[in-house]
Design a protein around this ligand. Structure first.
Ligand SMILES: [Zn+2]
Length: 179
C-alpha cells in the first residue's frame, strides 16, 4: 500500500502541527522527526502501522511544543536578571547562582533547586502567574542554596520576602506543591 504512496501529508487539524510523513524502504526501525519551516517531517520505515506512527508523532509533537514554549519563555523574560535583583534585595547580593531557567516538565511542583550545582528550575506555569508569586518561588529556591531542607532556619530566610504567606496560599489553591 505504501509502495505507491510513501509520502503522506496531514492537515493541521489532524495533528497540532502540519505533518508530513516520509516513508522509506531503507529505514529499518527507527522513526525520526524534525521541523522544517514550521512543518513536522516524520521519517519512518515503510512497514510501520498507522497506529504506532500516530503515537510516535504525538510524542514528537509534545517534545517540539515543550521546546517552543521554553524558547518563548526565554525570550520573554530574563530570569537571571530577576534572580540578581532578588539576590541583592534579600541575600545582600552574596548568593552564587549557577543557573536559573524555566522548565516545562514540572507541572505539579513550582520549582526545584540542585544545591550542589546551584541550579534553579522554575515551572513554566509560574510565567503566567502574578509576578509576586513568581518572585516568592525564586526566593524559596534561592534559599535552598543555603538551606537544602525546610527547616525553621530555611523559613526564616524565605520570610525576608514579605509576601511569602500570601504566595504560599495562592500556590496551594492552584494545586502546585513546593519542593
Ligand atoms: Zn523548598
Amino acid at each position: 500500500m505504501y509502495a505507491q504512496m510513501p509520502t503522506k501529508e496531514f492537515p493541521k487539524f489532524w495533528f497540532k502541527m502540519e505533518t508530513k510523513v516520509i516513508r522509506s524502504y531503507r529505514r529499518k526501525r527507527t522513526i525520526s522527526a524534525r521541523v522544517v519551516d514550521g512543518k513536522m517531517h516524520i521519517y519512518a520505515p515503510v512497514g510501520v502501522a498507522d497506529e504506532k506512527l500516530t503515537e510516535v508523532i504525538r510524542n514528537f509533537e509534545k517534545r517540539f511544543e515543550r521546546q517552543k514554549l521554553k524558547e518563548e519563555l526565554k525570550s520573554k523574560e530574563n530570569l537571571h536578571s530577576v534572580a540578581q535583583k532578588l539576590n541583592k534585595k534579600y541575600f545582600g547580593g552574596n548568593l552564587k547562582i549557577g543557573s536559573i531557567e524555566y522548565v516545562s516538565n514540572q507541572n505539579k511542583i513550582f520549582g526545584s533547586c540542585s544545591c550542589r550545582k546551584r541550579t534553579i528550575r522554575i515551572s513554566h506555569r509560574l510565567a503566567s502567574m502574578p509576578q509576586w508569586v513568581r518572585d516568592y518561588v525564586i526566593v524559596h529556591e534561592m534559599a535552598h542554596i543555603i538551606q537544602p531542607n525546610h527547616s525553621q532556619s530555611f523559613w526564616e530566610i524565605v520570610c525576608r520576602y514579605k509576601l511569602t504567606e500570601r504566595a504560599r496560599g495562592y500556590l496551594m489553591a492552584k494545586g502546585v506543591a513546593e519542593e
